[in-house]
Design a protein around this ligand. Structure first.
Ligand code: PEP
Ligand code: MG
Length: 842
């Protein structure tokens, strides 16, 4: 069906026209989404450029698309990177599915706010369905909202719909979507563009829903997610070629790097023997598969009357809040309690509540409105491309389901699990995890999630081994299948043979025996066989963890990650709250031990809702840690002031993260001095820096005279030295802190510090690895700050070592080629040491 007469597109806002090529975003300037125009707006209401149906309006209100009766789709996008404003500054005036007239107001925006908080206010109007157009005005200069700007010709992209319906439909096999964030704008644009190369009519199917494969907007509206099962259909002359090409493109990630191309093909027919993931919680277990999934609910779209639906939602929110309060109060530890507190805060989130209320006002049922609000927001989080926000999307989905169940009168049932269960799931939610009977569950393995996800935190808190990022084929394993979960190696072995089971059992029994022995001796000092003493302290992020650390033999706190006070809330912690928290922790550590409090280490990868930041294409190289704090000096000053409040209670050490420049240290020291003077303090806390950027390690000789101590953050030092993202699932095995380059930087740092009489700690995860202990001792490190459960084991390893031997092995491995070689050498050293110990005992 061709457009019967030329269609004119009106200016959606008043402003100044600008060539699309000049838009500083390659997705727009490269016309990946579609051709069109850009306006630098002078008005603040976005109006419809054509009559049609609102086919998509982003929950955050920054983008909207209209589709007319002939299939012409036009996308309007206000500003660049405005999705990061999470709805602030935008008021949506229309809903998805609503018919609008040309010129009708769609979105109001606060131009001043958007201009100040987003990368740009430039507003795009793009013909995403691909029809060619001619300009009705000169493509530059001032235009008024509602003025005709473009005229669309009869559309090749449209005529195929009618023409190609002849012939047999061809279907692809089922495909599993490998893209971590589903088909969000970029992969969807790549896919739609590839589909447009074929004359066939092509559809992408997800369960009962389908989308025109040539329409970016329709694909995005499908709201696909990682692991979704999709199918393609095509009708027309080149249908088979289209299916072959597009199925391959989907399997390969549509231009995005995906975990394992092999894992995305049609459901595997070969038996699975070994699946690999990433360790989320250490340990190992032999058990049987129990597949866990959340059911889909049948929901009526339309409600009775708005008042009753509003009341139903309000009641469901109260009930959900009470249930979460109960989970919070009965949580096993602080980390778990914090997660449910964060869920309670989501129940009050004005953004979610407003979205749901607006939908109820249009006649939708409370359940429909709540589900739409939570799912849209979760989808937006996933599309932001941040692993951390994607994990927060999982929390949102969890809260969404909890309230939905209340609305639908479905009880939260305790999972009835057989003993020895190993839970397998696409994604486990914190609510599911909290309902698990830990006497029956031995571990988890999930497709989604990450080592920083809430489920990983819960798994660690319960001491259950867990891996994540496992290929989706795992979901095809039958319930009851025997599996060997080795989280330390990031492996799930399916139906292990008798030899593998025997080997594991022997290793497991030995480990258990050793753990018991280590716990019994946890209070002994960490002193090597040849009399060298080092401090083994703890990495903590709460008072509860500090209490555990002190009870389990920790010699104080080597790293208090203060972020826990700031994340997951919509306002900064007050001075009093900060003082109370630091003081409680300081009292617990006491005056005889060190408490090393790290100043706020957030930034692009861990954004704070109340510290708006521009989006960064590479947040790990952006405004992180001390850089952010020096940009927001008030935030840092308030934190320093609060920390100074507990000076008298403990041996307070303040530590600055991500320091790269000597000037950063000087500025922070000056602020600390000013705050201490203002408080009239006569004593000063110690001030040190983290060495986690190669620049700081290489210039340690210049930093050393200016600090009281160094603590090496091997997690970041490794990612920056090796140029490998620390959370990259496929680089996880290579991004190894045992790489000789990282070891040389540690050696450089220690040498410089000792030359100035300063001490050096290691607080990265490397310090918690037993294999690393002799190496770090040999390199001259003075303190190891480790995860709480590892305190006893690291102390025992120190006691079994001789410093002189450690120095020899440390010198040797510095000359090796790879992390693998270093690990091998250390393993041999360990075995030789065990033999020496046996000889000594006999
Ligand atoms: C590190 O980078 O090693 C470190 C301890 O800091 P974090 O893991 O909190 O970034
Ligand atoms: Mg770090």
């Amino acid at each position: 069906m061709a457009t019967p007469q030329p269609l004119q597109l009106l200016a959606p806002v008043s402003g100044v026209l600008m060539a699309l090529d000049r838009v500083p975003d390659p997705v727009f300037s490269g016309r990946v989404i579609g051709d069109g125009l850009c306006i630098d707006p002078t008005s603040s209401t976005l109006c419809a450029p054509l009559a049609g149906v609102v086919s998509n309006v982003q929950a955050s209100g920054h983008a909207v698309s209209i589709t007319d009766e002939h299939g012409v789709q036009v996308l309007m996008h206000i500003g660049l990177d405005t999705v990061n404003l999470a709805g602030h500054g935008f008021t949506r005036l229309v809903e998805e599915g609503q018919q609008v007239a040309a010129g009708q107001a769609l979105i109001e925006f606060d131009a001043d706010y958007v201009a100040r908080h987003a990368r740009s206010l430039l507003t795009l109007m793009l013909v995403v369905s691909g029809e060619p157009f001619v300009w009705l005005v000169a493509p530059s200069g001032r235009v008024e909202s509602g003025q005709p700007l473009l005229e669309l010709n009869a559309a090749p992209g449209l005529s195929e719909e009618a023409g190609a319906t002849q012939g047999q439909a061809v279907f692809s096999p089922s495909l599993t979507l490998p893209n971590r964030n589903g088909l969000h704008a970029r992969p969807a644009a790549v896919f739609a563009q590839a589909a447009k190369a074929f004359s066939a009519t092509i559809h992408l199917h997800k369960q009962q829903a389908q989308a025109n494969a040539k329409s970016l907007v329709a694909i995005m509206a499908l709201q696909t997610a990682f692991g979704d099962s999709l199918q393609l259909s095509a009708v027309g002359d080149d249908a088979q070629a289209a299916i072959d090409t597009l199925a391959r493109l989907l399997a390969e990630g549509c231009g995005e790097t995906v975990a394992a191309p092999a894992a995305v093909a049609v459901v595997a027919s070969e038996p699975l023997t070994l699946l690999r993931g990433v360790c989320a919680s250490p340990g190992s277990a032999l058990g049987n598969v129990v597949q866990i999934s959340e059911p889909d609910f049948d929901i009526n779209e339309f409600g009775a009357d708005a008042d009753r639906e509003r009341e139903a939602l309000a009641n469901a929110l109260i009930e959900a809040d009470l249930a979460l309060q109960h989970l919070h109060d009965t949580a096993a530890g602080e980390a778990e309690a914090q997660i449910f507190k964060a869920h309670q805060q989501l129940l009050e989130d004005p953004g979610l509540l407003d979205q749901a209320a607006a939908l109820i006002d249009t006649g939708k049922s409370a359940a429909f409105a709540w589900r739409a609000a939570t799912e849209n927001t979760a989808a937006m989080f996933r599309q932001l491309g941040s692993a951390l926000l994607a994990e927060r999307a999982a929390d949102l989905t969890d809260v969404g389901q909890r309230v939905l169940k209340r609305l639908l009168g479905i009880d939260e049932q305790t999972l009835d699990l057989p003993e020895g269960s190993i839970l397998i799931a696409d994604q486990l939610t914190p609510s599911q995890t909290a309902r698990i009977d830990t006497a029956r569950v031995l571990g988890f393995a999930t497709v989604g999630g990450g080592a920083t996800s809430h489920v990983a935190i819960l798994a660690r808190a319960c001491g259950l081994p867990s891996i994540c990022g496992v290929p989706v084929q795992m979901l095809a394993l039958s319930n009851g299948t025997q599996v060997l979960l080795d989280a330390d190696k990031g492996e799930l072995r399916v139906q292990p043979d008798a030899a593998a089971i025997q080997q594991w059992q022997a290793r497991h029994a030995q480990q258990r025996q050793r753990e018991v022995f280590e716990q019994e001796h946890a209070a002994l000092a960490a002193c090597t066989r040849d009399g060298h003493h080092i401090e083994v302290s703890a990495n903590v992020a709460s008072l509860a963890e500090t209490e555990q650390a002190m009870a389990m033999g920790g010699a104080g706190v080597g790293l208090l990650r203060s972020e826990f006070l700031y994340l997951g809330r919509n306002h900064a912690p007050s001075h009093d709250e900060q003082v109370a928290t630091y003081s409680a922790i300081a009292r617990c550590v006491g005056p005889a031990h060190n408490l090393v409090v790290r100043t706020l280490d957030v930034g692009g990868d861990k954004p704070l809702a109340y510290v708006p930041m521009e989006s960064e294409s590479n947040p790990f190289l952006g405004l992180r840690g001390i850089r952010l704090c020096l940009e927001r000096p008030q935030l840092l000053r308030e934190q320093l002031r609060a920390m100074l409040g507990c000076c008298a209670l403990t041996r307070l050490h303040i530590m600055l993260p991500m320091v790269t420049q000597v000037a950063e240290l000087r500025l922070a020291r000056q602020m600390l001095e000013e705050e201490a003077l203002a408080l009239g303090l006569s004593e000063r806390p110690k001030l040190g820096i983290m060495i986690e950027v190669p620049a700081a390690a290489l210039m340690a000789d210049l930093f050393a005279p200016l600090v009281d101590f160094f603590s090496i953050g091997t997690n970041d030092l490794t990612q920056y030295t090796l140029a490998m993202d620390r959370d990259h699932p496929r680089l996880a095995s290579q991004a190894d802190s045992f790489h000789p380059s990282v070891l040389r930087l540690i050696a450089t740092t220690v040498k410089a510090a000792h030359a100035h009489g300063k001490w050096v700690g290691v607080c990265g995860a490397m310090a918690s690895e037993r294999l690393a202990v002799p190496l770090l001792l040999g390199l001259g490190v003075d303190e190891l700050s480790v995860s709480v459960p590892m305190i006893a084991s690291v102390k025992a390893t120190v006691r079994e070592s001789a410093l002189a031997d450690c120095q020899v092995i440390a010198r040797q491995v510095l000359g090796l080629e790879s992390a693998g070689q270093v690990r091998e050498a250390l393993q041999l050293f360990h075995e030789a040491n065990v033999e020496t110990l046996q000889v000594m005992e006999n």
